[in-house]
Write a new protein. Structure first.
Length: 337
């Protein structure tokens, strides 16, 4: 196992990582207030709205994690040819991407907005405004052309799939082919719908539910069943590396030689929203910074433990990672395959 002293060098090196994001963008919108009565019109709560705010969401959650890790970032996605798409572009410009930002504006769909109505910290209702149909061939051509032009300037690409139409079978296969040709590391946060299309990526980070459903097996009850699922995924998708996140049971990493099991480091769990985005962002940035896969798993496990202790879609900073590394680390269990 990597010495803790060496792990402590990693957070400072993350700023050297150059990570590109190809994935579905949206606005995450929140209407917050208080509930004190039931409507006389129907048996539903009446929310007295006190504030409204919104933030870039979907693949932008990955981008925000990379931003807070101080990585060099790039982004390619689609938005609607509407005011919300323009506003999303302007907001991401403020994140310092410069010429490494490409948002293709489409007239055939609105910019996706997820609006959550919140009574204090309790979500009452979510309203989605979107058209999630797959993009057409002309748009695929534009996405693939822009991707090939941009991705060579980066060490890694994260495919962040929210199933909103951008990541079609053709876009996925071409993105992986182009990245491998340019020797760019490919990390995938998969959707079950597209699970088997992500063959030959460098790392995939499904949770247990996604992994079991993606390969057509029941939810795993123990380490042995997780290992069986991992073997099926790796064989069918031709993956050298696979990371399965396991909620309160931590993580499991698999390659040709071994399975590595790591308990969670979370002490308090308030909100798991966006934890998967943090895990894949930290893992990928760590690889770019020179870490091995087990080191990257350890650092991303720490990061996941930090963000689930925060409310809402949260991120982690290098300083928080370094502070957490001062605590005793859980024991890594390695099993030869």
């Amino acid at each position: 196992m990597q010495a803790l002293a060496d792990l402590k060098q990693l957070p400072a090196k993350l700023a050297n990582a150059r990570v590109f994001v190809l994935g579905d963008l949206m606005w995450d919108e929140y209407v917050r207030g208080d509930v004190s009565r039931i409507s006389p019109e129907a048996p539903v709560a009446v929310l007295l709205a006190g504030s409204e705010d919104r933030t870039p969401g979907g693949a932008a959650n990955v981008l925000k994690n990379l931003k807070d890790l101080r990585c060099k970032m790039g982004m390619l996605s689609i938005v609607g040819a509407d005011e919300n798409g323009l506003a999303l572009h302007h907001e991401l410009e403020k994140w310092g991407l410069g010429e490494n930002l490409s948002l293709i504006r489409l007239a055939d769909r609105p910019t996706t907005i997820k609006t959550r109505f919140m009574a204090r910290n309790q979500q009452l209702l979510r309203v989605d405004r979107e058209r999630a149909a797959a993009i057409d061939q002309k748009t695929e051509d534009a996405v693939i052309t822009n991707f090939e032009r941009m991705v060579g300037n980066f060490d890694a690409v994260i495919l962040s799939d929210y199933d909103k139409g951008l990541l079609t079978r053709r876009v996925i296969s071409e993105a992986i082919r182009i990245a491998r040709q340019k020797k760019v590391f490919v990390a995938v946060d998969p959707q079950v719908k597209h699970f088997k299309q992500y063959g030959e990526c460098d790392i995939m980070t499904p949770n247990e539910k996604e992994a079991s459903e993606g390969i057509g097996r029941p939810f795993p009850a123990n380490d042995h069943e997780v290992a069986e699922i991992a073997a099926l995924i790796r064989r069918e998708l031709k993956l050298n590396n696979l990371l399965i996140t396991r909620s309160q049971r931590g993580m499991a990493y698999f390659n040709d030689k071994e399975a590595v099991y790591l308990p969670t480091v979370a002490r308090d769990v308030f909100d798991v929203t966006g934890a998967g985005d943090t895990v894949i962002s930290v893992y990928t940035a760590a690889i770019c910074a020179g870490a091995g896969h087990v080191e990257a798993m350890m650092l991303s496990n720490i990061a996941g433990g930090i963000v689930v202790g925060k409310l809402g879609t949260a991120t982690v900073t290098p300083q928080e990672l370094l502070a957490e590394l001062e605590h005793p680390m859980p024991d890594v269990r390695r099993v030869a395959l």
